[in-house]
Design a protein around this ligand. Structure first.
Ligand code: ZN
Length: 377
């Protein structure tokens, strides 16, 4: 079963310009689908190299006749953001035209789908999944797509919105590998955290802003809550995979990540073969509202005394902000307000007041962490 490559044309945004999304598919038409996309935030490079290695590994698996489910890989999910530069700096996180974060505002289809399937749900979970996926597909096709950013969203969601497994490959600024996923998906997703050697697995039922992974998975438990007497499983295991920090791009690391994803695909039946035992977890899963996003209190230069990946204590000083105006001014300590893994921080050392500069994965919800839990400022 060889690979089929598709090129989906996006609407022309201006005369003389044309962009397309490339999509690789193995095992098209098989019953279950895995969907993996790289660099929805277009300036996050690690996923591009992981997807490169993943395509090569999947081509080899196809030659060995190991394809047992449909597998879709989008090796660069955001051709719009790939083309946004200002003064030699690549700006791939926000859509330059609308100012929107490319990983927010994905389709929230629960109301529409609930209305479409209310009379057709029963006690057979497989039949319910099929009916719901049909309604998701119809609702996605009805989304506006005249602008290229809308058309990009619709094209990607048509593939991912009806998948059984979705991995959205991102990266942070300076970080160890970590995951964001829905609380109801844990502990089912233990293998993902184990195989990828995740250092923090951050759970939220709804984190706010409707990022891509939640658009794919949340609808299932929202429908189950809406129709408690019907058999509606969590039919989509969806996760945002943060592949360390932006500069962490090398062949050995990317190949290791691609091999880990291959083990997940094997373990979950998309490939035949042996995945071996799930490696022991490096950490317990923790709530997203337990993440302390530490903001800089003053402007200056951050100097750190701990490393990313370190376990820190509540009240511990992680570093200091140096006043660049007064060489004799006392330094401002950067203090952890919870204990846990320091899983990410700003790569840039020149910091501004109010700017989040470090993230610690604490085990207990923090009272001030309400509202949009992904907002980093
Ligand atoms: Zn990202």
């Amino acid at each position: 079963m060889t690979r089929i490559t598709e090129h989906i044309e996006l609407p022309v945004v201006s005369a003389g310009t044309r962009r397309q999304v490339t999509l690789h598919r193995w095992g098209g038409g098989l019953a279950r689908r895995a969907y993996i996309q790289a660099s929805l935030h277009a300036d996050e490079t690690p996923g591009l190299l992981v997807a490169h290695h993943l395509v090569r590994l999947l081509d080899r698996a196809a030659e060995e006749a190991r394809i047992a489910g449909e597998i879709v890989v989008v090796p660069f999910a955001n051709p719009i953001g790939l083309d946004q530069h200002l003064a030699d700096v690549h700006l791939g996180r926000y859509h330059a035209e609308s100012g929107e974060n490319f990983n927010r505002g994905w389709p929230a289809l629960t109301e529409t789908v609930a209305g479409a399937v209310a009379d057709r749900l029963g006690t057979d979970p497989d039949a319910n999944v099929a009916a719901i996926r049909g309604a998701i597909r119809a609702a996605t096709l009805a989304l506006p797509a005249s602008r290229e950013d809308q058309a990009l969203k619709r094209a990607l969601f048509l593939e991912a919105g009806v998948a059984d497994l979705v991995l959205d490959l991102h990266c942070d600024s300076e970080a160890v590998l970590h995951l964001y996923l829905g609380t109801p998906l844990w502990p089912d997703a233990c293998d993902l955290a184990g195989d990828l050697k995740s250092h923090a697995h951050l759970l939220a039922e709804t984190s706010g802003g409707n990022p891509f992974d939640e658009a794919c998975s949340t609808i299932w438990w929202e429908l189950a809550q809406r129709f408690p007497d019907k058999a509606i499983p969590n039919a989509c295991l969806s996760a945002t995979v943060e592949l360390r920090g932006g500069p962490d791009v090398d062949d050995a690391t990317a190949l290791g990540d691609a091999e880990a994803i291959l083990r997940v695909l094997t373990r979950r039946g998309f490939l035949t073969g042996e995945a071996g035992p799930v490696p022991p977890l490096l950490a317990e899963a923790t709530p997203l509202d337990g993440v302390d996003m530490i903001a800089a209190e003053v402007p200056g230069v951050a100097v750190w005394t701990v490393a990313v990946g370190d376990r820190v204590e509540k009240g511990q000083t992680l570093g200091e902000i140096v006043d660049v105006e007064d060489a004799h001014a006392p330094r401002t300590p950067i203090v952890a307000r919870t204990g846990g893994v320091l899983f990410a921080r700003k790569l840039e050392k020149l910091v501004r007041p109010g700017q989040p500069i470090a993230k610690v994965a604490g085990a207990e919800p923090l009272p001030w962490r309400t509202g949009n839990l992904l907002t980093s400022r």
